[in-house]
Design a protein around this ligand. Sequence first.
Ligand SMILES: Cc1cc2nc3c(=O)[nH]c(=O)nc-3n(C[C@H](O)[C@H](O)[C@H](O)COP(=O)(O)O)c2cc1C
Length: 223
Amino acid sequence: MKIVGIQSSPRGKQSNTLKLLDAALNGALEVGAEGEAIDVTKLNIKYCTACDSCHETGVCSIKDDFNVVLKKLLAADGLIWSSPNYIKNVTAQLKTLFDRSPLIVHEQLFDGKYGFSLTTAGSGEVDFVLDIMNNYMINCGGIVIGGVGCAIAQGPSALLAAIEKSQEMGKDLVEAIKKKRQYPEQEDAHKAWRERFKYVLIANKDHWMHNCDYWAEKGWIQE
Ligand SMILES: Cc1cc2nc3c(=O)[nH]c(=O)nc-3n(C[C@H](O)[C@H](O)[C@H](O)COP(=O)(O)O)c2cc1C
């Protein structure tokens, strides 16, 4: 079983959020998974140019490190998203990765994958940032098991507690994957999204050929 963790703080080894991610990956390792952390701040990931070619061909036209990350995300069973709170949002580096994901969303490529999110903030507002990452995961067809956030202003004991919680959530992620744990609300949300998006696909069928072929293969639309 493979778990991939995304790190997006530009502070490298100084990052508090990385401490949570390391703990989560260690937790997963302790119960037998393989783990890999990807630091997106060190990669060359350009902005989406909205060229639409991924929907036509299934391939992003921009040749940079995104395609390497995408392969790793798609090969993983579990995904851990992490970002510090930057102005009540994720870092620009993580948002840039999210914006490169239209193919993942249109084809629900995280279908069958489980994940969770981690954040730290100076003062608070951790839930808002966790929701941004978890909503992205769900929007891509994945299932979310929870999130861990820490307000650094609450002191070292709060950070230690969040590190421990992250480690436990790493273990729980492996358990959720093994048991194919059910989350009926999220599964209903996926079904409702596919039902709505079907009409967008049909309206664009002349140029979103790859998307349409994929949906037909999945049995989500009739050709
Ligand atoms: C550009 C920037 C914006 C930030 N915005 C917020 C914010 O809106 N709310 C907050 O509570 N903390 C904010 N912070 C503080 C960071 O979220 C906090 O220090 C976090 O723990 C840093 O994580 P890191 O050590 O993983 O880089 C901001 C920090 C920076 C550098």
